[in-house]
Design a protein around this ligand. Structure first.
Ligand code: B12
Ligand code: SF4
Ligand code: SF4
Length: 257
């Protein structure tokens, strides 16, 4: 099956951009070997979906996360359809790589490394380049993209990587980061980002639970009335809830809607 048939099918479904990387060109030093999940894997098809500008730029965190959830759900459906398309026409096993979760929460990576690094796959498939914010910038859509992928046994040649540097080094992303997670070039300080962008994630849950230790039953009753508990409960069934998208939102590269 030709790459262009897969790309055409994806674009017809509503995927914004499709890229291809042969496994030998995918290099993500911290990530596991993709063959440990799919022994005969040969390549990765990378799908890029544009984020929704209104949701991203809203000052209401529920609108921000609603936009991200909509992208995640849509891209998940597209992965299913594209996996069926490839498997049905070629008989080659194809495995979806979701946008973020589930993640391996065990040591040593503790939920900080994906099974496939979609940024490294996106860069190697010519969909974009790393910017100062350590996110991938696409020539047309800028940083406002979510990535998913398909690990497949189908051998597909890599698309040509981009040569130009799209980041203008304006530093807006570094300034706008509430967690000061982008101070060191080429590295995101994960825990600082997590603390600032996921108040109802694991550090938030630990913080809440820690408040209980050594407290009297009356104090514990009062802690149970903290509205933060409701937000933690909500996050537990919605999934991870980011309240910060600043490094994406302030980046001036690319088109708006
Ligand atoms: C775990 C994770 C996180 C963790 C850890 C981040 C991290 N250090 O990788 C936390 C929770 C902190 C996080 C935060 C965010 N994430 Co996140 N995250 C992931 C996830 C699930 C896995 C990433 C991974 O495997 N990292 C570990 C390895 C691969 O990273 P690494 O080798 O250390 O590489 C790092 C640096 O060395 C640097 N780097 C590597 N090579 C190069 C080369 C150059 C030239 C440069 C400049 C930098 C650079 O980039 C990496 C960033 O630290 C991916 C989805 C996926 N499966 O890929 C999404 C993903 C990377 N996240 C994404 C986003 C959008 C975010 C947030 C904006 C949160 C939000 N509101 O949505 C922030 C942005 C943080 C930032 N500016 O870096 C998007 C990125 C989209 C894009 N346009 O690039 C992804 C791809 C999810 C998706 N499907 O779209 N994330
Ligand atoms: S998501 Fe927010 S806290 Fe995390 S790196 Fe980007 S701007 Fe900083
Ligand atoms: S905001 Fe400026 S420095 Fe940051 S990634 Fe975008 S162009 Fe580069």
């Amino acid at each position: 099956m030709e790459k262009e048939q897969i790309r055409k099918y994806g674009l017809e479904l509503g995927v914004d951009a499709v890229g291809f990387v042969a496994l030998e060109d995918y290099k993500s030093p911290k990530s596991p070997d993709p063959k440990s999940y799919l022994p005969k894997a040969k390549s990765i098809v990378v799908l890029a979906h544009r984020m929704i500008d209104g949701a991203l730029d809203s000052k209401n965190p529920r609108f921000n996360i609603a936009g991200r959830m909509a992208v995640m759900d849509t891209s998940k459906s597209h992965l299913y359809l594209m996996a069926r398309f490839i498997e049905g026409r070629t008989g080659k096993k194809t495995s979806p790589v979701l946008s973020s979760y589930p993640l391996d929460m065990e040591a040593p990576t503790l939920g900080l490394v994906g099974d496939i690094s979609l940024r490294h796959a996106a860069v190697a498939s010519g969909l974009g380049v790393f910017g100062r914010h350590n996110l991938v910038i696409h020539p047309r859509f800028g940083s406002r993209l979510s990535f998913t992928g398909l690990l497949t046994e189908l051998p597909l040649a890599s698309d040509e990587p981009l040569k130009e540097d799209l980041c203008n080094n304006c530093g807006l992303c570094v300034e706008a980061c509430p967690g000061k997670a982008l101070e060191a070039e080429g590295r995101t300080e994960e825990l600082k980002c997590l603390k600032a962008s996921q108040p109802f994630g694991i550090p938030g849950l630990y913080g809440y639970l820690r408040k209980f230790i050594g407290k009297t039953p009356e104090e514990q009753q009062a802690i149970l009335k903290d509205p933060k508990l409701m937000s933690l409960y909500q996050a537990s069934f919605i999934g991870f809830q980011y309240t910060c998208f600043n490094c994406i939102a302030v980046c001036p590269i690319g088109e708006m809607c």
